[in-house]
Every structure is written in structure tokens, then in C-alpha cells.
Design a protein around this ligand. Structure first.
Ligand SMILES: Nc1ncnc2c1ncn2[C@@H]1O[C@H](COP(=O)(O)OP(=O)(O)O)[C@@H](O)[C@H]1O
Ligand SMILES: O=P(O)(O)OC[C@H]1O[C@](O)(COP(=O)(O)O)[C@@H](O)[C@@H]1O
Length: 307
């Protein structure tokens, strides 16, 4: 089973404002809301690609009920711990420049954390744990390391889609896969990364430090997969971006869905990138048809050879 961990889920409120003016009354041209949070998006994408998972994390209040009910309607297994406060609402403002406001999230009591950790007792070697998204302020910043330590004892593969300090902390734990975007990778090395070559250079350093596989996404510029002995560079298809929220999570969801169907790592990478672009070109997360439509447009270059 693949377990996705979203410590800080959200309701994503995506709103389009033609010419946003700070300090004025702005009215939306369109708006929509979806359950969000990185692990939850990974679970939803995998479901669409025919792979089951179980979503773990903390939810609460009316917004938490919304997230849980939405996933239940999509037949996604959930084992969330319910907390007293409300699950956050993250605002995704589509205007001249895309702007996001991500909430803090509810506070989580020690007893609720203990309850959450019980889920790991039943996990087994062939399971995969996906750690995705920010850590709510009231949880220790080392919580991901604690989870990884349990997974290491059980020889469970860990995939991490995290940023900032959490990403820094996780590198030394040598996860199976991390998927930073180029900004997150740059932040890690206190530099700016804007090209595939730069991303390859810094991504390779992470593999040298023990991370088994690194996918770096560079939005419309393409994506990279760096493994212990090879590097793969993918182009991304051209298309009209309708909503890029969840595109990175879709890369992880697509990749893992393929890995769990025993595809090669190169194929899984191609499916991951197709899923990311399929989400970027959709109003919501990608569906299987869109992923399959884009797949032939993605060419993978391995050490100078185009396949
Ligand atoms: N403008 C775009 N055109 C085509 N694909 C895109 C575009 N933006 C994002 N994607 C797809 O989404 C993936 C993740 O996007 P990116 O912005 O790099 O990550 P994140 O969402 O984590 O910030 C990319 O690898 C690509 O497949
Ligand atoms: O936990 P964080 O870092 O605040 O991120 C949460 C946000 O990221 C998302 O999962 C989208 O992530 P990506 O666009 O990077 O794929 C949203 O659904 C959610 O609002």
C-alpha cells in the first residue's frame, strides 16, 4: 500500500480576478475549491491512474469535513486524525501575476500526534510512504525525521515532496525519492537555479549525499531524473496552462502510480512528467485520458541519447 502523509491539508480556493488592485474591492471572474495539500493531491492523482493509496494526516472543522467527504466520494481511503481547529484555506489568486496565500493550519495536540503515529505500526516492507507538504507550526520540525526513522526500521521506501527546512532535514535520511522544483532546489543550496544544467549539477550533489533518486521539475522548461548511475532529461509538452496548482504533486502521483505497476524508472518519470503537464493544462488535477494524450509528446534524453 502507498500511504500519503499530509500533515497540513487544505481547502484550495482558486480565484480569478482580472486586474487585482491592492486596497480596492476586487470581484472574482470565476472561482472554485478543491481539497488540497500535497499528499492528498498525490492520492487523488494515483486514484485517477488506477492505483490505491491511503491518505494520512490531520484534519479538523468544517473545512476538514469537506476534504474528507470529497476524498470519500472519490473512493480514496483515509485515516485522518481529527483535530479541534479548522483545516486551513489556501488562496490561489489567478491574476496578472499568480499569487498564493497558504494558511498556517490548526494546532495539533501531543495526544493527536501519538494517535497519528499508530498508523505506522501496521505498515510493512513493501509499503511506500509519501511525505508531502509543510509541517504545521505546532508540530516539531523533526516530525518527518521521526517518521523516516520508523520507515527505515521497517525497510519502507520514503518519498518526500517538501521544501525549506523540512527538505534540508530530510536529505541526510537518504529517502528513495525527492521532488523539489528548481526554486526549492536553489533554496537548499542558497543559489538561484534557472537552467536544466544547473539543476543537474545541484541535483547530482543530492544523489551523491545518499538520496536514491531526485526529480527536479522546472515548470515549462522540463524536468530531470537523477539516479545513482544515470540522468534523464524530459521536455514538457506545449499547451495552455489553466491551473498549475498541484502540478508538482501530479508528477509524484504519476511517477508512483507507474512504479507500483512495475514500470521502469524511466517510464515512471515520463508518466510523472505527463501527469504534471496534464494537471497544468486542466482546471483541476489531471485525468488518465489527458495523461495518455500527452505521453507521446514527452521525449527523454539519457546521457546524450534521445529516446
Ligand atoms: N507551463 C507549463 N507547461 C507544461 N507543463 C508544465 C508547465 N508548468 C508546469 N508543468 C508541469 O508540471 C510539473 C511540475 O511543475 P513545477 O512548476 O515545476 O512544480 P511545482 O508545482 O512543484 O512548483 C512540470 O514538471 C511539468 O510537467
Ligand atoms: O503544505 P504547503 O507547502 O503549504 O503546500 C500546500 C499547497 O500545495 C498544493 O498541494 C499544491 O502543490 P504543488 O502546486 O506544488 O503541486 C496545494 O494543494 C496546497 O494548497
Amino acid at each position: 500500500m502507498i500511504y500519503t502523509v499530509t500533515l497540513n491539508p487544505s481547502v484550495d480556493y482558486i480565484t480569478e480576478v482580472a486586474n487585482f488592485e491592492l486596497g480596492a474591492l476586487n470581484r472574482t471572474a470565476s472561482d472554485s475549491k478543491f481539497p488540497g495539500g500535497k499528499g492528498i493531491n498525490v492520492s487523488r492523482v494515483m486514484k485517477r491512474l488506477g492505483v490505491e493509496s491511503s491518505a494520512l494526516g490531520f484534519i479538523g472543522g468544517f473545512t476538514g469535513d469537506y476534504v474528507k467527504d470529497f476524498l470519500t466520494k472519490e473512493n480514496i481511503d483515509t485515516s485522518f486524525i481529527t483535530v479541534k481547529g479548522d483545516t486551513r484555506i489556501n488562496i490561489k489568486l489567478k491574476t496578472n501575476v499568480e499569487t498564493e496565500i497558504n494558511g498556517l493550519g490548526p494546532s495539533i495536540a501531543n495526544s493527536e500526534v501519538e494517535e497519528f503515529f499508530k498508523a505506522f505500526q501496521k505498515m510493512e516492507q513493501q509499503d511506500i510512504v509519501v511525505l508531502a507538504g509543510s509541517i504545521p507550526g505546532t508540530l516539531p520540525s523533526t516530525i518527518y525525521n521521526e517518521i523516516i526513522s520508523i520507515c527505515r526500521d521497517k525497510e519502507i521506501k520514503v518519498v518526500a515532496d517538501v521544501s525549506g527546512d523540512a527538505l534540508k532535514e530530510i536529505i541526510s535520511e537518504k529517502p528513495f525519492l525527492i521532488k523539489p522544483n528548481h526554486h526549492e532546489l536553489g533554496e537548499l543550496f542558497e543559489t538561484e537555479i534557472s537552467s536544466i544544467d544547473e539543476a543537474l549539477h545541484y541535483g547530482r550533489q543530492l544523489v551523491n549525499q545518499g538520496v536514491e533518486n531526485v526529480i527536479v521539475s522546472l515548470a515549462e522548461k522540463g524536468a530531470l531524473l537523477i539516479t545513482g548511475n544515470s540522468s534523464y532529461i524530459a521536455n514538457v509538452p506545449k499547451g495552455k496552462v489553466l491551473n498549475s496548482v498541484g502540478a508538482g504533486d501530479s508528477v509524484v502521483g504519476g511517477f508512483l502510480s507507474a512504479i507500483s505497476k512495475n514500470h521502469s524508472i524511466e517510464d515512471a518519470f515520463r508518466i510523472g512528467v505527463a501527469s504534471g503537464s496534464a494537471t497544468a493544462f486542466s482546471l483541476e488535477l489531471c485525468n488518465k485520458e489527458k495523461v495518455e494524450e500527452l505521453l507521446p509528446q514527452i521525449k527523454i534524453e539519457k546521457e546524450g541519447e534521445v529516446k
